[in-house]
Design a binder for this molecule. Structure first.
Ligand SMILES: Nc1nc2c(ncn2[C@@H]2O[C@H](COP(=O)(O)OP(=O)(O)O)[C@@H](O)[C@H]2O)c(=O)[nH]1
Ligand SMILES: [Mg+2]
Length: 297
C-alpha cells in the first residue's frame, strides 16, 4: 500500500514523538504518562491508548531495542482481517456503500469500479442517492469516463427500489458486481438512518444473500468523531467493512485504528487522493508503518 507522508501533523508524528521514550534512563512513571499523552495526541483514543500503556508495562518495552516493532505489531493487531471475498453461488456480488455527506462514497465507488473492471469483472453502478439530481449526474459522469453503465432514477424515487432494480438488472445481464451508491446522511436524522436499513433489506429481496458487502466510507480526517459516527451507522444496518478516505490530507489517521477495533470490522480500502487511481487495498502493516514514521531511530 502506497501511503502519503501526510499522517503527520505539523511538527508531530507518532514515531517522532516516541523517539527515545523507551530509553533506559527515564523514570517508569514519567515514561508511561508521556507515552499515554503521545498516543492520545496521535488520535488513537482512550481505549487503545490504555491497552497499549498496559501492554508496554507488562511486556517491559522500556529499554527493549525492539519496542518499536512491538508497538507496530500491537497496533496492526487491532485491525480485524479482511475475509476472503467469496463469489456468490449465483448472480452478481452486491456492495452497498454508506456514509455521511462528503465522506467520499461516490469517488470511492468510481475507483472500486475501475479496479474491478481492470480485473475483468463486469460492473454495474447504481445511484440510490435520489435526493439530489447532482448525485446521479456525478455517478453517471464517472460511469461515462470508465465505460461502466449506471442505473439512475429521477430524484425522489425510493432508494430501495433503485437498489432492487439494479440488482435484478445485473442478474439478468450477467454482471459480476453491483456497486450501490447511497445518499450521504447525518447520523442525527433517524428517519434517514432507518431508510438505510430498508435499502439493505430490499437488496436481499432482490437477491438472497445481498448485499454481500456493506462498506462504511469514513473521512479519515475527522479524527475522534469517527468512532461515534461509525457506531451510529453500525446501529442502522450490518456493516462488513470500512473505507478510509482522504488519508492524503490528514494527520489524524490514528483514529482509524480505534474505529476498526471498536466496530470489529476490517478496513478494506484507503483513499489517498482525488484521482480515479488513488485507491489502495488497505494493509494494516503498511498503515502502521506510515503512522509510526517520521522518527530518527
Ligand atoms: N484528497 C482526497 N479527496 C477525496 C478523497 N476521496 C474523496 N475525496 C474528495 O471528497 C469530496 C467528496 O467526495 P464524494 O465522493 O462526492 O463524497 P460523497 O458525498 O460521500 O459521495 C470530493 O471533492 C472528492 O474528490 C481522497 O481520498 N483524498
Ligand atoms: Mg455522493
Amino acid at each position: 500500500m502506497r501511503l502519503p507522508g501526510s499522517l503527520r501533523r505539523r511538527g508531530f508524528t507518532l514515531g517522532g514523538a516516541l523517539s527515545g521514550l523507551f530509553g533506559r534512563n527515564r523514570a517508569d512513571e514519567e515514561g508511561a504518562d508521556r507515552f499515554e499523552e503521545i498516543l492520545l495526541a496521535g488520535d488513537l483514543g482512550p481505549e487503545i491508548t490504555e491497552g497499549l500503556v498496559e501492554r508496554a508495562r507488562r511486556e517491559g518495552w522500556k529499554g527493549d531495542p525492539e519496542w518499536r516493532d512491538r508497538l507496530g505489531s500491537a497496533l496492526a493487531g487491532y485491525f480485524p482481517a479482511v475475509p476472503e471475498a467469496e463469489a456468490p453461488a449465483e448472480g452478481p456480488r452486491v456492495v452497498l456503500f454508506v456514509g455521511t455527506n462528503g465522506s467520499g462514497k461516490t469517488t470511492t465507488i468510481a475507483r472500486v469500479a475501475k479496479l474491478l473492471s481492470g480485473r475483468g469483472r463486469k460492473v454495474l453502478l447504481a445511484c440510490a442517492d435520489t435526493f439530489r439530481a447532482a448525485a446521479s449526474e456525478q455517478l453517471s459522469e464517472w460511469g461515462g469516463r470508465l465505460g461502466i453503465p449506471v442505473v439512475v432514477r429521477p430524484p425522489g424515487t425510493d432508494p430501495g427500489s433503485v437498489a432492487y432494480d439494479s440488482i435484478r438488472e445485473a442478474a439478468a445481464g450477467g454482471y459480476g458486481e453491483v456497486l450501490i451508491d447511497t445518499a450521504g446522511r447525518l447520523t442525527t436524522r433517524t428517519d434517514l438512518m432507518a431508510e438505510l436499513g430498508k435499502v439493505h433489506r430490499v437488496c436481499s429481496k432482490a437477491l438472497p444473500g445481498a448485499p454481500h458487502s456493506t462498506l462504511l466510507v469514513i473521512d479519515a480526517s475527522i479524527g475522534q468523531s469517527a468512532l461515534p459516527q461509525a457506531r451510529q451507522f453500525a446501529g442502522a444496518l450490518p456493516l462488513t467493512g470500512l473505507v478510509l478516505t482522504k488519508l492524503d490530507g490528514t494527520a489524524r489517521g490514528g483514529a482509524v485504528v480505534a474505529v476498526a477495533a471498536g466496530l470489529g470490522i476490517p478496513v478494506e480500502y484507503a483513499g489517498t487522493g482525488e484521482s480515479p487511481d488513488d485507491l489502495e487495498v488497505f494493509s494494516p502493516a503498511d498503515f502502521v508503518e506510515a503512522l509510526l514514521g517520521g522518527h530518527d531511530g
